[in-house]
Design a protein around this ligand. Structure first.
Ligand SMILES: *[C@@H]1O[C@H](CO)[C@@H](O)[C@H](O)[C@H]1NC(C)=O
Ligand SMILES: *[C@@H]1O[C@H](CO)[C@@H](O)[C@H](O)[C@H]1NC(C)=O
Ligand SMILES: *[C@@H]1O[C@H](CO)[C@@H](O)[C@H](O)[C@H]1NC(C)=O
Ligand SMILES: *[C@@H]1O[C@H](CO)[C@@H](O)[C@H](O)[C@H]1NC(C)=O
Ligand SMILES: *[C@@H]1O[C@H](CO)[C@@H](O)[C@H](O)[C@H]1NC(C)=O
Ligand SMILES: *[C@@H]1O[C@H](CO)[C@@H](O)[C@H](O)[C@H]1NC(C)=O
Ligand SMILES: *[C@@H]1O[C@H](CO)[C@@H](O)[C@H](O)[C@H]1NC(C)=O
Ligand SMILES: *[C@@H]1O[C@H](CO)[C@@H](O)[C@H](O)[C@H]1NC(C)=O
Ligand SMILES: *[C@@H]1O[C@H](CO)[C@@H](O)[C@H](O)[C@H]1NC(C)=O
Ligand SMILES: CC(=O)N[C@H]1CO[C@H](CO)[C@@H](O)[C@@H]1O
Ligand SMILES: CC(=O)N[C@H]1CO[C@H](CO)[C@@H](O)[C@@H]1O
Length: 812
């Protein structure tokens, strides 16, 4: 209203005609209540007012017309009130019009800044500034200012109700708390200057992880004083502090939650690394500080490895070490009667020294001293070197008795000493020169074949450091080969036999005894006599031989009565068997199964004899005064077997046994029997004869006893017997023609043969009849004539066959 009024006043006054008052331009602020007055004060009457809009839009205002003025009332200015309005006034038919241009602006609020209160340090952050409800926006300019310095200017585009601008900002830690301003200017003509610019100031908050962590304070403190450490750090939000003591090995102990760390009465255990941990929501940082507690050396230690109590010859190493407090140097020394001898020293906290093969004299006190600028500390250790508990064992122990030629090993064993030294001596303390084998804790002395010279005392000396021990064994040797008994040879009953028992090379001879034993009975004894070396022991015993002494065992028992000789080795025996000689006696011949046998059977002839020495036995057969040797043997028994006897095995069998002292015989007769066999029948001169002629029939067969021969004519019942098998048929007739049978028989059997005789008739002389022929007397007579011959043949050759010539008809 004021501005309207002012504008009205500025208008030039009309002179004659009525003047219509209306500001040509007005500027309204959105939301205000404004009035626009159109007046024609000069008009005497009631003026008629008409309001119209030049723009295609309604006026959106209430009209309040009075007599000489009309008021447009804009109750609540809005953007759509922007218009060009015409006010027409009619007064006394005169119409006048005026035009006014209504402009509207809106700029009600200060800009709003966003994103300022959580800026991230060192990162690109977006700050926002929003201006709202602005009109007309094309006149809006937005600026960012940082401490009066313009950073960025933005101009808005038209037709925008709100405008927001962004500013990209990378803050540093100094920017924290600083002001940033967003200034908006609406440069509309006619706007009151105090409404033209609006600005907002914001204090930036820059957030950061802890950084610039610093620990201050004195970190080298004397024992018992106080330790103060301060931890400082930057960071937003304000970081929290934690103090931690780092214990070697990974553990940690929390010491406090303030940025100051205070430790009273510092002890050695307080030395070490402390850590200040600083953290907020954005991260954490840590800082270590090493705290040194100044103190004279402490925890100085001397250690003997493996131990401080040792045996002679052991090795030991000493280590001298001071821990807990820094030391400048350590000294390891040996103290004897208060006098120190330095062994080893070192610039540092540790030194060591090794003693190889300690002696008894190395026993004593060892000192470890540690030094630093605050003082020294010493620790002592007593080294004890002990002698070894040497024990010596010798096997066999004390005394050993063994046979010459056997082997012996003297084994010397040392215990309780790691490296014993062995030596072998005799009683004169002279070294033994023999095969030795020494192996760690054992030394062996070898006697491969013990001789008499090896007798003596052997000492095994063992040295172990300062200790020396010895053991001894006395070796005694005996020689006791097996005895040998000899006798003077076989004796005839009643003679004296000389028995000799010899044990060669015995030792020691005086401890030997020879006993002559007949079974359990002691017959004679003898003892050896002393000799330096080996002796041949001999004992001769004369024995009167009697018959019952044959095969008697006489024993030579040799005893060694030496202490230490094993019982089984102390007695040896040898025996001899007495042999009594005699000529053969009780020679017996036996025949099995019988002395009378059938041909083909088997027979055993055995000769038994008794003689000494055993003689030779001869078995022979005597036949016709001729002796045939069948078998000879040197045993007590002679056996002769004929598996299948024949007729000519008959005869007298004699067994004769003979040795150097004589001979003896026995005999038996053996007879072989056989049934007739191999019969032959011979007919002289022929089986075909003339009447009146004679026929001689010779029958031969093999058999024993001699057979009876029977001739029979088969068609008659007459039989003729013959002992010699010869039949003489005389003055034959035709009636004698026919079949004849010869039957040769002994009690073991018979054999027959049949033959034909043909007698041819003479016309003149009628033939003789069979009855003439069968004259046994004649036949016997003839047979008797022949008998001598036959008997002779039989007695000479028991086979029972006849010489063919005997039956020759010319001789008959
Ligand atoms: C300091 O500590 C030591 C050992 O922890 C203790 O013996 C001594 O009494 C303490 N001194 C004080 C003043 O507390
Ligand atoms: C601090 O000391 C601890 C333990 O010795 C180690 O692990 C760590 O890395 C150290 N930290 C710093 C920052 O030196
Ligand atoms: C070492 O031996 C001595 C005497 O020989 C003795 O006085 C001292 O106490 C011993 N020391 C140790 C640590 O045993
Ligand atoms: C010891 O041995 C030496 C040499 O071998 C010898 O001469 C001495 O007789 C021996 N002593 C004894 C007691 O056997
Ligand atoms: C003992 O007999 C053997 C054999 O006959 C002989 O070689 C040796 O010399 C004899 N020994 C003695 C000591 O007579
Ligand atoms: C058999 O011994 C006696 C005396 O006993 C003797 O006469 C005969 O000749 C001996 N016979 C033979 C075949 O030696
Ligand atoms: C007896 O006859 C048999 C055959 O029958 C023959 O082997 C044997 O030699 C004959 N003996 C004599 C002594 O003729
Ligand atoms: C032969 O003679 C024997 C004894 O007299 C008799 O047993 C046997 O039967 C005779 N043989 C024949 C074939 O006649
Ligand atoms: C043989 O027989 C004839 C007639 O039968 C007779 O005359 C003669 O004397 C006989 N001869 C003898 C030796 O018997
Ligand atoms: C022909 C022939 O020699 N006859 C004789 C047969 O045997 C008898 C008796 O020995 C004789 O006297 C015959 O002379
Ligand atoms: C010579 C002789 O003795 N002849 C006799 C043969 O046999 C017949 C009959 O048996 C007799 O009659 C003959 O006399």
């Amino acid at each position: 209203m004021n501005s309207a009024l002012l504008l009205t006043l500025l208008l030039p006054a009309a002179v004659i005609s009525h003047v219509l008052d209306l500001p040509s331009k007005v500027l309204f602020k959105v939301g205000d209540r404004r009035e626009l007055t159109c007046s024609m004060s000069s008009c005497p009457e009631k003026v008629k007012f008409v309001w119209t809009s030049l723009e295609d839009r309604p006026i959106f205002a209430a009209i309040d017309s009075q007599d000489r003025e009309s008021v447009l009332v804009f109750d609540n200015v809005m953007k759509n009130h922007e218009n060009t309005i015409v006010c027409k006034a009619t007064c006394e038919q005169e119409t006048k019009q005026a035009t006014t241009k209504i402009k509207v602006y809106s700029f009600p609020r200060n800009p709003v800044i966003s994103g300022y209160d959580s800026l991230k340090l060192g990162e690109e952050n977006v700050l926002g500034c929003e201006v709202s409800s602005i009109h007309p926006s094309e006149f809006l300019k937005v600026q960012w200012l940082y401490e009066d310095k313009v950073l960025q200017t933005d101009e808005a585009e038209p037709e925008r109700n709100a405008f927001s601008v962004h500013y990209i900002f990378t803050p540093s830690s100094e920017d924290d708390g600083k002001a940033i301003t967003c200034r908006a200017s609406l440069d509309v003509y006619g706007i009151p200057p105090d409404e033209m610019t609006k600005e907002t100031l914001a204090h930036m908050t820059v957030l950061s992880a802890p950084h610039n962590v610093k620990v201050s304070g004195v970190n080298v403190v004397p024992l018992g004083s106080s330790l103060t450490l301060t931890c400082e750090a930057e960071g937003k939000p304000k970081p929290a502090f934690t103090w931690t003591a780092l214990i070697p090995g990974g553990q940690s102990v929390e010491m406090g939650k303030h940025h100051d760390l205070l430790v009273h009465n510092v002890s050695l255990s307080d030395a070490g690394t402390y850590q200040c941990d600083v953290r907020n929501d954005f991260g954490s940082q840590r800082e270590n500080v090493s705290v040194v507690v100044q103190a004279p050396p402490m925890d100085t230690l001397i250690v003997a490895s493996p131990q401080s109590i040792l045996k002679e010859g052991d090795s030991v190493s000493f280590s001298c070490k001071s821990s807990g407090v820094p030391v400048t140097h350590v000294v390891l020394s040996r103290r004897v009667n208060g006098v120190k001898t330095e062994l080893m020293s070192s610039e540092g906290a540790e030194t060591s020294v090794a003693l190889l093969s300690v002696k008894l004299a190395d026993s004593g006190m060892f000192v470890c001293e540690a030094f630093n600028e605050y003082g020294r500390q010493e620790t002592t250790l007593n080294l004890t070197v002990e002698a070894h508990l040497l024990e010596v064992a010798l096997q066999p122990d004390g005394e050993v008795v063994l046979e010459r030629g056997s082997s012996l090993v003297l084994s010397c064993q040392a215990s309780g000493c790691p490296q014993p030294e062995f030596s072998w001596k005799n009683l004169s303390n002279m070294p033994i020169l023999r095969r030795l084998k020494t192996d760690g804790f054992q030394s062996q002395l070898f006697f491969d074949l013990v001789e008499l010279d090896d007798e003596g005392t052997y000492l095994c000396d063992v040295t172990c450091g300062s200790i020396k021990k010895s053991k001894q064994t006395e070796v005694k040797v005996f020689s006791f080969p097996s005895p040998v008994v000899k006798n003077s040879g076989p004796s005839l009953v009643g003679e004296i036999m000389k028995l000799t028992c010899t044990v060669q090379e015995v030792f020691p001879a005086n401890l030997f005894q020879i006993l002559w034993m007949d079974g359990e009975r002691e017959m004679h004894s003898e003892t050896g006599s002393f000799s330096r070396g080996t002796t041949n022991l001999t004992s001769v015993y004369s024995y009167h031989v009697d018959t019952e002494d044959q095969d008697k065992h006489i024993t030579c028992k040799v005893l060694l009565e030496m202490h230490g000789v094993p019982a089984v080795q102390a007695v040896k025996t040898a025996s001899t068997t007495l042999s009594i000689h005699y000529p053969p006696r009780v020679t017996r011949i036996t025949v099995s199964p019988l002395t009378e046998l059938k041909e083909g059977e088997s027979v055993s002839i055995s000769c038994l004899s008794d003689s000494f020495p055993v003689g030779r036995t001869v078995l022979s057969r005597v036949e016709d005064g001729i002796q045939t040797e069948l078998m000879a043997s040197d045993g007590l028994e002679t056996l002769f077997t004929i598996p299948s006897v024949e007729l000519d095995d008959s005869g007298i069998y004699i067994c004769e046994t003979s040795n150097m002292y004589g001979s003896h015989n026995d005999s038996v007769e053996i007879t072989i029997k056989a049934p007739p066999r191999n019969m032959t029948v011979e007919i002289f001169p022929s089986t075909d004869v003339q009447e009146g002629q004679n026929i001689t029939i010779c029958c031969r067969s093999v058999s024993f006893p001699p057979p009876a021969v029977v001739l029979s004519k088969l068609d008659s019942e007459k039989n003729v017997y013959s002992l010699d098998g010869v039949f003489l048929l005389i003055n034959l007739t035709a009636n004698d023609t026919g079949l004849y049978q010869v039957n040769v028989t002994n009690y073991l059997g018979y054999e027959t043969e049949i033959f034909n005789i043909n007698v041819m008739e003479k016309r003149v002389n009628p033939p003789f009849g069979w009855n003439y022929f069968l004259i046994p007397a004649i036949c016997l007579g003839v047979a008797a004539a022949l008998l001598g011959v036959v008997v002779y043949v039989w007695s000479a050759r028991k086979k029972g066959s006849y010489d063919l010539t005997k039956c020759n008809p010319s001789t008959v």
